[in-house]
Design a protein. Structure first.
Lengths: 116, 113
């Protein structure tokens, strides 16, 4: 079945530094990928829609200059948290859907970001 | 604004019992309704999904019931097992044209031995 690989699975960084998270679709091509954020015991909140070859679409309230998204190929999207602060600590999850009809959305295993 | 409302927030079921989780939506444009299972520290995994042209879909112990007129759908887990203990999310989207999923708030299920 379709596999979405996310890396790293966890990362600890200091305030003010930047962190890059990768999301890869391993056995399918995905024109569109989605980035979600999840706080403990809460639902997944969509942050942005990543489109291959074009600019990402951000949800209301998500700072595009803070959460930089690059979708350079049909199998890779990256999320960079710039100038991270402790309030950015969260569980970030990407998802992707194959470029064919009726394909379900598959999720990566998430990245636990802790900003100290 | 929560586009998909899910209940209950938490659920405790004895082993062998039936777990029932309910969801409701408002947007009649939604035409794809999946359920995801999430274990702690992991991403959600697709469990089962339904489209509005059928009223029920069953896969093993998992069944989705869909009521289009009431704009409600539910997940039934038959013969619940301790290994089913996880958080379950219902979701809805408009087809598969690249629209993102709208998730419910999740139900934490505990199946006791």
């Amino acid at each position: 079945g379709a596999v979405v690989s996310q890396h790293p699975s966890w990362v600890i960084c200091k305030s003010g530094t930047s962190v890059k998270i990768e999301c890869r679709s391993l056995d399918f091509q995905a024109t569109t990928m989605f980035w979600y954020r999840q706080f403990p015991k809460q639902s997944l909140m969509l942050m942005a829609t990543s489109n291959e070859g074009s600019k990402a679409t951000y949800e209301q309230g998500v700072e595009k200059d803070k959460f930089l998204i690059n979708h350079a190929s049909l199998t890779l999207s990256t999320l960079t948290v710039t100038s991270a602060h402790p309030e950015d600590s969260s569980f970030y999850i990407c998802s992707a859907r194959a470029n064919r009809g009726n394909s379900p959305l598959h999720f990566g295993n998430g990245t636990r970001l802790t900003v100290t | 604004q929560q586009q998909v409302k899910q209940s209950p927030q938490s659920l405790i079921v004895q082993k062998g019992g039936i777990s029932i989780i309910n969801c409701a939506y408002e947007n009649t444009a939604f035409d794809y309704f999946p359920w995801y299972q999430q274990f702690p520290g992991k991403g959600p995994a697709l469990l089962i999904a339904i489209r509005p042209d059928v009223s029920e879909k069953k896969e093993g112990r998992f069944t989705i019931s869909f009521n289009k007129s009431a704009k409600q759908f539910s997940l039934h887990i038959m013969d619940s097992q301790p290994g089913d203990s996880a958080t379950y999310f219902c979701a809805a989207s408009i087809g598969n044209s690249g629209y993102a999923l709208n998730f419910g708030k999740g139900t934490s299920l505990l199946v006791t031995p």
